[in-house]
Design a binder for this molecule. Structure first.
Ligand SMILES: Nc1ncnc2c1ncn2[C@@H]1O[C@H](COP(=O)(O)OP(=O)(O)OP(=O)(O)O)[C@@H](O)[C@H]1O
Ligand SMILES: [Mg+2]
Length: 250
């Protein structure tokens, strides 16, 4: 459902993404992990057609995002790292706008908007301007807008940042449920516990290069001391060597 071929992105002298190759199957929940600045958001922007690659290809649902951006975007739902909303609209108006943009039927709009507002506990805020929403509430609204147009592929950049524990749980349940119905999910996250529970496969990116790929169990076999995904991740990314850094506090 997602095919990334030799994809690279350079910002001036910085090689932010270096020859990424990746294939993700329909219904898979793929976790894309990596330290800050590794190239995750760059990959997300390339996948959604928000950035032009320096070289290589991204194909979503068989459609090349560079060749047919509008067709590809119809089947992609993006939850970016910073919620993108029109602050002078109300929550209800925003959902209606997104519904119209994606040609959602009147019937679906009428049914689904109240349902999703309820599900994300935003019903009593439906007619308030988004500028009065907290960050977590905006994040939930963006998620509701993505559900509204039923994309085949959902791409999420740190979807759980800013959500309260119940919000994270609801979001997690939604992702698992959608994947069972065939939706493909590509998720960048630093929340390793959730990645461990949810993702079928994990890719680790460091300095723009994909360094590890596999199930949590497969990644565990690549390190000396197993443990949970956080232990494995820190060993694979050299993040377990932090004791030295404490000297700066002395
Ligand atoms: N518009 C830009 N211009 C120049 N450099 C950029 C730009 N966007 C990102 N970069 C650089 O590209 C590299 C990868 O950034 P990216 O945002 O993809 O990282 P990330 O893995 O998403 O990190 P984080 O976990 O902090 O979100 C970083 O070194 C960053 O400084
Ligand atoms: Mg990022």
């Amino acid at each position: 459902m997602i095919k990334i071929i030799n994809l690279s992105k350079r910002y001036g002298k910085l090689q932010a993404l270096d020859n990424l190759n990746l294939e993700i199957s329909p219904g898979e929940i793929f976790g894309f992990l990596g330290p800050n600045g590794a190239g995750k958001t760059t990959t997300v922007k390339l996948l959604c057609g928000l950035l032009k690659p320096t070289s290589g290809q991204a194909i979503v649902g068989g459609i090349d995002i560079q060749q047919q951006p509008e067709e590809a975007k119809k089947i992609i739902g993006l939850v970016p790292d910073f919620p993108f909303v029109y602050k002078k609209l109300t929550g209800h108006e925003f959902l209606r706008f997104i519904g119209d943009l994606y040609d959602v039927s009147e019937e679906d709009i009428a049914n689904k908007i109240p349902k999703y507002l309820e599900m994300f506990e935003l019903a009593s805020w439906a007619n308030e301007l988004i500028e009065n929403y907290s960050r977590g509430m905006q994040q939930k609204l963006v998620m509701a807008s993505v559900l509204l147009h039923e994309p085949k592929v959902i791409i999420l950049d740190e979807p759980l940042v800013g959500l309260d524990p119940k919000g994270s749980r609801v979001m997690k349940e939604i992702f698992v449920n959608l994947s069972k119905r065939g939706t493909t999910i590509f998720m960048c996250t630093h929340t390793l516990e959730i990645a461990d529970h949810m993702c079928n496969r994990i890719g680790i990116i460091q300095g723009g290069k994909l360094t590890n790929l596999g199930t949590t169990n497969e990644l565990r076999q690549q390190v000396k001391q197993g443990g949970n995904l956080e232990d494995i991740f820190l060993q694979l990314t050299g993040g377990s060597e932090y004791a030295d850094l404490l000297k700066y506090l002395e």
